[in-house]
Structures are given as structure tokens and as C-alpha cells.
Design a protein around this ligand. Sequence first.
Ligand code: AMP
Length: 211
Amino acid sequence: MILFGPPGAGKGTQAQYLVKKYNYYQLSTGNLLRSEIQNKTLTGNQISEIIGRGEMVTDDIVDSLISNVIKNNKYKNKIIFDGYPRNIDQAKNLSKILNENNQKIELIIFLNLKREEVIKRIEGRVTCNKCNKTFNKLVDKQEILNHSCGSTHLIKRTDDSAQTIIKRYDTYIDITKPMLDYYSSNSNFKEVDGSMKINQISSKIEDFISS
Ligand code: AMP
């Protein structure tokens, strides 16, 4: 399954829900890239500044990270792509690798969200650096206090600053949105209003899965 949409639309939140419910595997390219940075790998050193500027990491780096996961039999037919593909070349590359590994895209969910809402959500977002769960500082006060990893692990991502959010949204519109044309004519492409409540979105996605 592909979860597609602007930053802050809830892709990661929905992916984590589906992982629990269906035993799927969340392949978040953002998380993979951040762990490269945390582990100070060669790739990590190359990409830290790019992500901090709200720009896209090069296709060859991201393609090789996802390819390793797709080839792993443990995750066969279980992957939720969160944040990949982000442009047409990545979409084509994904089809090719899935084909080579006898897998296919069953469902493409487009979580749609307006620019103003994206900015509001990301400005208040904190992310757990242990489990990658996200919360909104303004809305989820109690959940933050009760977070099982401990609230000290909840940090603001460096690319979640006001200036970088706008850059990331504009990059999404320029580069990622043309993918809508690429996928939207597929019968397994489904648009969901990302401004709905988390559980309403989850239940819509569950309906698509069961149908
Ligand atoms: P995310 O966690 O999905 O919001 O991604 C955070 C950042 O990681 C993005 O702003 C990009 O800089 C980088 N990134 C994540 N996925 C991709 C991708 N598929 N292609 C290029 N860069 C990516």
C-alpha cells in the first residue's frame, strides 16, 4: 500500500495504526533517512543538511534504501510505503522493483490536506526519537505526558520549523503532486480527506482494505 500526501497529513500515524491492526510493515523513507543520520553513516552525513533545508534527498539514495526492504522476504506483501514514492521517477522505480520481487501495489491512499492546515499541524508536532510516534503539543497534552517511551524522547524535528515547513509543502506541490496524475486513473487509487479525525480516516482506509 502507498500512503501519499503532504507533510503532516497523517501518513505516519495511519501507517502505525495499520501495522498494529494488520501486522503490516511501515516503510517510512523519512524514518530510514533519519536513522542514517542518527547512526552517522556515510549516507547520513550526506543527507542531514538536505533534510534540514526541506529539500529532497537524491533518488539513488532513497531507491537503494527501499530496495533493501522490498527484497527482504520477511516483509513480502506487507509493506506500507510512507513517504515513497515522492516523484514520478521513484514511482516508476517502485513498480520495477516490486515486479522483480513478485509483488504489486494493492492500494494507493491519497491523504489530502490544505496548506494552512499542514502548517498548523507541523508547527505543533513533536516526534518520539525512540518509536517515531508523533503528537501535537497543543492538542495531545495528556498523551504526551503518558507516552510510554517517556516524554523526554519527544522532540521537535529540525525540519519541522516554520520556514522549512513552507519549503517542504512547496516542494511537495512541485514534485510530488504530478504523481497524482500518474496514479489517479488507477482503480485502486483512493482519496481521503486528511482533515478528518484520526479514527475516521483509519476506518475509511479499513473499508478500502476490506473491499
Ligand atoms: P518525512 O518524514 O516523510 O516528512 O520526510 C522527511 C524528509 O526526508 C523529506 O523532507 C525529504 O528531505 C526526505 N525524504 C523522505 N522521503 C523521501 C523520498 N522518497 N525522496 C526524497 N527525499 C525523501
